[in-house]
Ligand binder design. Sequence first.
Ligand SMILES: *[C@@H]1O[C@H](CO)[C@@H](O)[C@H](O)[C@H]1NC(C)=O
Ligand SMILES: *[C@@H]1O[C@H](CO)[C@@H](O)[C@H](O)[C@H]1NC(C)=O
Ligand SMILES: *[C@@H]1O[C@H](CO)[C@@H](O)[C@H](O)[C@H]1NC(C)=O
Length: 255
Amino acid sequence: SILCSFVLTTSGARYPSFGTLQTSTSAGVIDVVINNTFSEINIFDFHVMADLANLLELLQSNGTDSDSPLPQFDPFNPDMIFPDALMWNITQLPQATVAVIEGRARGIGNEFLMACDMRFALDSPNVLVGQLENSLGAVPGAGGALYLTNLIGRGRTLEYVLSSADVDAATAARLGWVNAAFDTPSKLHGYVRTLAERIALFPLAGIAGTKQGVNAVSRPPRDVFVRDSQNVILSLEALPETRELNNKVFAATNN
Ligand SMILES: *[C@@H]1O[C@H](CO)[C@@H](O)[C@H](O)[C@H]1NC(C)=O
Ligand SMILES: *[C@@H]1O[C@H](CO)[C@@H](O)[C@H](O)[C@H]1NC(C)=O
Ligand SMILES: *[C@@H]1O[C@H](CO)[C@@H](O)[C@H](O)[C@H]1NC(C)=O
């Protein structure tokens, strides 16, 4: 599972709406466990995306619209077809976001990790990060490879993304793909909780301002990001070889 700690100044989450996120708030930190019970393997699907989009809306409004009766996003919202709006919006949050990785986060799972501000992993054989799309004749979307270039460099990004490699937590930590890896869940959660609670002590305006500056030098331009997330994928998905590989994967994995 991936846990994302959003450092908050408000409480009172009215979500989850589709049941894929479990949230709890204390000491200015909201813990959000991605636990998609529609799926045996906690897949990052349209339900998760809609739940995250609704949570973001709450965080963006800083608690000011918490009386709104209905969530804005559902899995059929046109904004859910491509993940770029959701992933971009995560990077735009004034709050700090910290991802905790205790399972596999590949493809869109890793793209979500890239959109968070920081990443910490459990050093366990269950933990793998990666972008597998090249093996299917496609490309990582939602900035997966673009952010990675900034984190681990051009050469290593191409090494791991072109080979569609699975990367374990210790390697990811050595490369800078994740900030650090911990050998027990209690060390991992303890470190992240202390970090998040400390950040939550400080005024949100300063956190938001710092993030704006860091985003300005570390985030791809919006048009490059959207092109990477939509146009490139659409043109590659139309190729016969890509379609054939995708169909094989869906058959082999029982969709
Ligand atoms: C996910 O939700 C299910 C059903 O509520 C629960 O049994 C399971 O413990 C949860 N998993 C995590 C990692 O929270
Ligand atoms: C968010 O709300 C808190 C508490 O009401 C307030 O102190 C803070 O300035 C607000 N921040 C922003 C960015 O609006
Ligand atoms: C992203 O944020 C924009 C601007 O606030 C909003 O219009 C859009 O609906 C959001 N989309 C998602 C998926 O969060």
